[in-house]
Design a protein around this ligand. Structure first.
Ligand SMILES: [Zn+2]
Length: 139
């Protein structure tokens, strides 16, 4: 994809059938991302501890090659998090992102939601990698 302009640090690339695509850093794309679906508050999938606001968190995110939207798969506390992506999936871009748990408030509904703050990439698996390739020593 060829960038057609740059807007606030995001590259705006040629619009496709579903509209323009913005390309940004992980910090730009994941800062403030909702942690809804990972528990209220988010819970480590390994030890079950509650990760309340201010705690360090490690989040596994993935995006199938044909989709634009990132999904959050699971989260870990700092102590339980694997150091890398242990089972890469062919055709899926996967990230392991560290950060802190924050909260967002919606004043009009008096509600709060957990979100990701200060995201940083810890590990990356590109769509062309898979567990099979990794075992063959193609790293
Ligand atoms: Zn844990």
């Amino acid at each position: 994809m060829r960038p057609v302009s740059v807007d606030g640090g995001h590259a705006v690339v040629d619009p496709g059938a579903s509209g323009p695509v913005l390309v940004g850093t992980v910090a730009q794309l994941f800062a403030g991302l909702s942690l809804a679906g990972l528990g209220e508050p988010p819970q480590c999938v390994a030890c079950g501890c509650a990760m309340t606001a201010g705690r360090s968190i490690v989040v596994a995110a993935y995006r199938p090659a044909e989709q634009a939207r990132w999904q959050l798969g699971r989260c870990y506390c700092q102590r339980c998090a694997p150091e890398t992506i242990e089972t890469p999936t062919l055709g899926v871009m996967e990230l392991q992102v560290t950060g802190r748990v924050g909260t967002q408030s919606a004043v009009h509904t008096q509600s709060h939601a957990y979100c990701l703050l200060d995201p940083r990439v810890q590990a990356v698996s590109l769509p062309e990698r898979s567990l099979y390739c990794s075992r063959r020593g193609d790293d």
